[in-house]
Design a protein around this ligand. Structure first.
Ligand code: NDP
Length: 490
């Protein structure tokens, strides 16, 4: 069995508790790795390492361009070990290798983060500000915060990490990471391979364990100056409330309940394939999964029929089998939650027309595509993030009604619009309250393009220029060239 200790100051360190917890492979229920059950003492050690690296270590001494060279090196090392990282993540959370490994290879969108921000390190220029005052120069420049805590979810550990880690380091911060207790192994494996990137000690540290025993002391630590969190909206509220006690800035990437609006003039095959691809292949365990399908009344029957036909073809099973389309649910806890939510929806009277529970197997945690029909937008099912392969459909008649419905949740992460009328699609996109809107496609993302939530789906942005700006603060410096200053009391 593989044992992962915590990673502090470029060294593997046993947890103070002397305890480890197990990672269970969700495809077969077997425990295959032990992960450190850290506590606040480990958090203190990790924050100290990150603080020393920031204030006294090499990281604070090097130029922005030199930081960039480190980031490019990380990108190269990740590519070199893409298969190894992908294999560990599949064992840890059941994600299909084809949904992890290709994106870690050179020229692909995920690994590109390292090169994009590697190049951006020395592009954040300050400026001289023309103020009213004479003989005074006012200039501003960008500075990092210091030690940043980064807290990750289990559905896509490497993906969610790269989006925050690359810009955070590019900005000059040092980091303490807390992965989800359900999926820590690919992050720890990454630390093993990063030794080859020869980062100075203390720049990246990883403490593993639970939200209460590791996440909370990390956010509360007085030397942590900023928090970047990806997780559920309720976890985000808890984190924000702790951070607010010390008015710490936070970037929040939270949950969603994203609508897919199908207009009467849509190319129906394109829309159905897009809707299905936008949720089922990842088992619905993606923050932007389009789970509320709002279909124009005139095509409701036809779209529903096609949704059923294509969804029934999905092969649910072993993520390592190349024929598999949908792998397991990432962990037992979450599997049980999904089953509970499906039962609740049926008890609430929602009509189930495809029941993914039939994909249950003797070992592992499997749920197939599940479709509920004619689900009112006000219902529990339409309002709550199930984070599983579950969609609800609802017919609509006029445009202003569907926009109201699409916006009528606490979330605002993403939305899809399917129409042949591009201008109409753009007009509707402007009225949707969400951080990302797709027209006639879904699930695209790029390092260059900002992502984030409206409403309770979060604040701050990842990716693009804004993704790095979030990890920096401005300093305004006033420099006087006046030869003398009048005595204020004369
Ligand atoms: P959670 O909010 O349950 O947990 C996220 C992380 O926060 C975990 O590491 C967890 O620790 C930690 N945590 C939870 N409570 C606290 C606390 N009080 N203090 C400090 N840390 C805490 O989310 P999940 O892991 O269940 O992830 C799924 C959610 O993430 C979904 O809602 C999904 O939409 C969202 N997500 C959002 C993305 C986006 O970009 N907007 C991308 C990916 C996912 P532990 O669980 O180990 O106890």
């Amino acid at each position: 069995m593989k044992i992962y200790n915590c990673f502090i100051n470029n060294k593997w360190v046993k947890p103070h508790s002397g305890k480890w917890f197990y990672s269970e492979n969700p495809a077969n229920g077997e425990e295959w790795a032990k992960v450190s059950d850290c506590n606040s003492e480990d958090v203190n050690d990790a924050v100290k390492a990150a603080k020393d690296a920031f204030y006294e270590g090499e990281w604070s001494m090097i130029s922005a361009a030199q930081r960039g060279r480190y980031l490019h090196r990380i990108g190269e090392v990740v590519t070199k070990y893409a298969d190894r990282l992908g294999k560990v993540e599949t064992k840890d959370n059941g994600k299909l290798p084809k949904n992890i490994t290709p994106s870690l290879r050179q020229g692909q969108w995920l690994v590109d983060s390292w090169h994009y921000y590697g190049g951006m390190c020395d592009k954040f220029e300050g400026k001289l500000i023309p103020s009213e005052a004479t003989n005074i120069h006012n200039y501003m420049h960008w500075e990092p915060y210091g030690v940043v805590a980064q807290i990750l979810p289990w559905n896509s550990p490497l993906g969610t990490l790269f989006w925050k880690l690359a810009p955070c380091l590019a900005a000059g911060n040092t980091v303490v990471l807390k992965p989800s207790e359900h999926a820590s192994c690919s992050i720890l494996e990454l630390m093993e391979i990063l030794i080859e990137a020869e980062l100075p000690p203390g720049v990246i540290n990883v403490v593993t364990g639970y939200g209460k025993s590791v996440g909370e002391p990390l956010i509360e630590h007085k030397d942590v100056r900023m928090v970047s969190f990806t997780g559920g909206t309720s976890g985000g509220r808890a984190v924000a409330s702790i951070a607010s006690k010390q008015t710490k800035p936070i970037v929040m990437e939270l949950g969603g309940k994203s609508p897919q609006i199908i207009l009467p003039d849509a190319d129906i095959d394109l829309a159905v394939n897009g809707v299905v691809s936008g949720i089922f292949p990842a088992g619905g365990q993606s923050c932007i999964s389009g789970s509320r399908i709002l279909i124009h009344k005139s095509i409701f029957k036809e779209v529903t029929k096609k949704l059923l036909t294509i969804s029934k073809k999905a092969v649910v099973g072993d993520p390592l089998d190349p024929k598999t389309h949908i792998g397991p649910i990432a962990n037992k806890n979450h599997y049980e939650n999904i089953l509970k939510n499906i039962s609740k929806a049926t008890e609430d009277g929602c009509e189930i027309i495809l029941d993914g529970r039939t994909h249950k197997k003797d070992k592992g945690y499997f749920v197939g595509p599940t479709i509920f029909s004619n689900v009112p937008n006000s219902s529990f099912l339409a309002q709550n993030e199930i984070f599983g392969p579950v969609i609800s459909t609802e017919p609509w008649e006029d445009e202003s009604e569907v926009i109201k419905k699409a916006n009528d949740t606490i979330y605002g992460l993403a939305a899809g619009i399917w129409t042949k009328d591009t201008i109409k699609g753009m007009r509707l996109a402007n009225r949707i309250e969400s951080g990302t809107v797709y027209i006639n496609n879904y699930f695209n993302a790029a390092t260059q393009s900002p992502v984030g939530g409206y409403k309770q789906s979060g604040y701050g942005r990842e990716n693009g220029w804004e993704g790095m700006r979030c990890f920096m603060q401005t300093k305004s410096v006033w420099l006087s060239t006046k030869p003398s200053e009048p005595d204020p009391f004369l």
